[in-house]
Design a binder for this molecule. Structure first.
Ligand code: HEM
Length: 517
């Protein structure tokens, strides 16, 4: 190496040249030794720093755009801004700089191509408390903990083999749901049924069976000194947590002021957490007592207790995670699909005819799904128009990178606005309309566009529960249309408001259903 350096020095003809040459050659060899990934990163960095900065949405000094985000659904404001400032723009919320992406190409670039520079999470104060600072799959950074726990949840609960093992749990759930609707039709044929009352409760039962091996009607919680009903358990583990997750602490936007106490918000979140943890611990204790001496594995908890190397808190959090995740988003996609079908008799009839042709007099099952393209299109169009997770949990840029040709400096936070991507007028024709046909093969969208909605995210952090959600939602939509004709209760057509972190329908779907028999 030194000899090559001397040759270059001779060419340069001075001592400075010698030093430069030796350093240059040493650097070259060093880079080769460090390998391709380092070179790529260096190249990425230099290309990124030469690229233009992201266009900014004008705001106020210090506060930035905070006061412009009055709407409780920020994804809608982000989408309006994208129509003025384009699909990639930056905003300032207090001391945080965020880049918002509202087109599926740049969203995919951030989640897949640039993943290595954007793989960490930034959590609000509320989420830090509720997730024990990233102590679960969905909120952890992309590190060894994440890889281990994602493997646990996929292998023992959500991956395709685990889903095959749990098929009877899903089938029982659907039979119970259909049974409840049949009872309603018999008892109150002219009255609208509240879809959510029935579906939500059965979905919670499924979540408990997968996690604990059994559903339950009540639970004695020692730390609370009370016996909770099933409804109270659902509130504590699911509804209260969904509300807590969107609590805004103004210190999120001014981290340098985090020493200023904000007792009200913090106390509220801690209260929710204490109650949730008390219930989780009681569930685990009861499970251990009921299963003492048994060796077979019948639930996710059995696996976590026998094989996972985790602390007591991690155990409670890892068990709670699929309970809350199973109970919310799948309800949202199924409820919106039935809302749209009830509103649109022609498309409902088309779906019914497809099911009749494929299933005949048999009940639709998961085995039929691959032969029902229109049902699949109904599901994907619902995920597009009503993306259950409208904003991907915020990602943090930990090294300079490039998105959509713009320079994104380290320290920026990335908001993937899925709602905006899926309502983007340049990517979807009449995006506000619900048209399942756009996902059929003979249309101009190709079948692999099914994933163009990115409703489950993309890349290494893609949703672990996508298969389960698809199986439950598609068989439920199919079976409920096979058994009943759905009509919206009058006045419901425009009842499309949402609430919370997800696109939870504000008012439950009320429909008049009649048996097709
Ligand atoms: C229609 C239903 C669902 C939708 C639309 C949905 C959507 C999403 C989205 C957008 C993410 C974030 C991906 C990212 O950060 O890039 C996610 C992550 C996740 N979801 Fe789902 N989800 C659904 C159902 C479920 C179900 C039923 C479960 C489990 C029972 C589940 C478990 C998870 C987990 C564990 C993660 C974290 C994955 C990771 O960080 O590696 N999801 N989901």
């Amino acid at each position: 190496m030194e000899i090559i350096g001397m040759e270059i020095a001779k060419l340069l003809g001075n001592q400075f040249g010698t030093t430069v040459a030796i350093v240059a050659v040493s650097t070259l060899v060093f880079m080769v030794l460090l390998g391709k990934s380092f070179i790529n990163r260096a190249r990425n960095f230099s290309v990124s720093s030469e690229a233009p900065p992201v266009p900014k949405v004008p705001g106020l000094p210090l506060l930035g755009n905070l006061l412009q985000l009055k709407e409780k659904k920020p994804y809608k404001t982000f989408t309006q801004w994208s129509e003025v400032h384009g699909p990639v723009y930056s905003i300032q919320l207090g001391s945080s700089n965020l880049v918002v992406l509202s087109n599926s190409d740049v969203a995919k670039e951030a989640m897949v191509t640039r993943f290595s520079s954007i793989s960490t999470r930034k959590l609000s104060n509320a989420l830090k408390i509720l997730t024990y600072d990233k102590c679960m799959v969905a909120t952890s950074d992309y590190n060894e903990f994440h890889k281990t726990v994602k493997k646990y949840i996929l292998t023992y609960l959500l991956g395709s083999n685990a889903q095959k093992r749990n098929r009877t749990i899903r089938e029982t759930m659907l039979e119970n749901v259909v049974g409840c609707f049949k009872t309603h039709v018999k008892s109150f044929p002219l009255q609208a049924v509240n879809f959510r009352n029935i579906f939500e409760s059965e979905l919670f039962g499924l979540a408990l069976k997968q996690a604990l091996g059994r559903d339950l009607q009540s639970l004695f919680v020692e730390e609370l000194g009370a016996t909770l009903t099933r409804k109270e358990i659902f509130h504590t583990l699911v509804l209260d947590m969904m509300e807590g997750a969107i609590e805004v602490d103004w210190r999120d936007f001014f981290p340098y002021l985090k020493w200023v106490p904000n007792n009200k918000v913090e106390a509220n979140i801690k209260k929710l957490d204490l109650r949730r943890m008390a219930v989780m611990k009681a569930l685990i204790k009861e499970h251990k007592e009921l299963n003492e001496g048994r060796k077979d594995m019948n639930s996710y908890l059995d696996f976590l207790l026998s094989e996972a190397k985790v602390t007591e808190t991690q155990l409670a959090m890892l068990l709670w995670e699929p309970i809350i995740e199973s109970s919310d988003t799948t309800l949202i996609s199924t409820e919106w699909a039935l809302f749209e079908l009830a509103k649109d008799p022609e498309r409902q009839e088309r779906l019914y005819r497809e099911i009749q042709t494929v299933c005949g007099s048999d009940r639709i099952t998961e085995d039929h799904l691959s032969q029902l393209p229109y049902l699949s299109a109904v599901f994907h169009e619902t995920l597009r128009k009503h993306s259950p997770v409208p904003i991907i949990p915020i990602r943090y840029v930990h090294e300079d990178t490039l998105i959509g040709g713009y320079h994104i400096p380290a320290g920026t936070e990335i908001i993937v606005n899925l709602y905006g991507c899926n309502r983007n007028k340049n990517q979807w024709e009449t995006p506000d309309e619900w048209i399942p046909e756009r996902f059929l093969d003979n249309n101009k969208y190709e079948s692999n566009d099914l994933f163009k909605t990115m409703a489950f995210g993309a890349g290494k952090r893609i949703c672990a529960g996508a298969l389960q959600a698809m199986l439950i939602s598609c068989t439920s939509i199919g079976r409920l249309v096979q058994e009943f004709e759905w009509k919206l209760q009058s006045g419901q057509e425009e009842d499309i408001d949402t609430v919370g972190l997800t696109t939870h329908k504000l008012h439950p779907l009320h429909a008049i259903i009649s048996s097709r028999e």
